[in-house]
Design a protein around this ligand. Sequence first.
Ligand SMILES: Nc1ncnc2c1ncn2[C@@H]1O[C@H](COP(=O)(O)OP(=O)(O)OP(=O)(O)O)[C@@H](O)[C@H]1O
Ligand SMILES: [Mg+2]
Length: 217
Amino acid sequence: MLSQSTQRCVKKERGSDLKKQLIHKGSWGNADVFLCSQGQAQWVEKGFDGKNLLVRWTIGIILTQRELLISTRLKDLAGIPQGYTRKSLCTLTYNYMDGMILGARDLDHALPVDYFTACERLLHSIHEKGVVHLDLRRGSNWIVQPDGSPGIIDFQSSLLVSLLPGPLKKFLFSIDYSGLYKMWSRKCIEGLDPDRKKVFHRINRLRRLWIFSFVHI
Ligand SMILES: Nc1ncnc2c1ncn2[C@@H]1O[C@H](COP(=O)(O)OP(=O)(O)OP(=O)(O)O)[C@@H](O)[C@H]1O
Ligand SMILES: [Mg+2]
């Protein structure tokens, strides 16, 4: 049986019904994201090919290579897009994850606690592989899959942390948890329990002192 990426290539060569739709227009220094489909196959194309030469050859290449490297660490982890392939030096393709973006207004205080405890387990699995995401305060990087299970996308700001000293690693992990708890307090039917609320507030205080706090407060 042909792999999914080979099937895609074969279909592309036939050149029949390839559709490419822009789903997220990045600013001058951010990737554009397209949803591509051909027959039953659907995949995402994310990259800097439409940006100017300077952007393509600097952050375009760096961020794309970093996301590709991270994706190999997270291969086969359920809840993470799979099938990462390099289309060009600064563009990747990978599997589309069906479902809703957690940031959707309709989901405010609408999801069961189970979704968030599953998010916590998924985050733990990502951290166990030596990866920290660092952009989880945005609802647009969390997916609620049709079966109610969580997905995490967008590893362009992520770091490999295996070689970092323990306390720093722990601190970076806690930034991811504070992103999750922010979503939890806004999107769960029930509020955050007192223990997690305490952790959330503690991490937030620390985060304000941290260099990354300029990214998304
Ligand atoms: N694998 C995927 N499955 C489903 N939807 C996706 C996938 N990848 C991207 N998207 C959609 O495209 C949007 C933007 O993708 P992504 O977050 O990777 O790009 P970005 O440039 O980092 O955007 P942002 O700066 O808003 O985080 C996502 O919020 C989501 O709606
Ligand atoms: Mg994103």
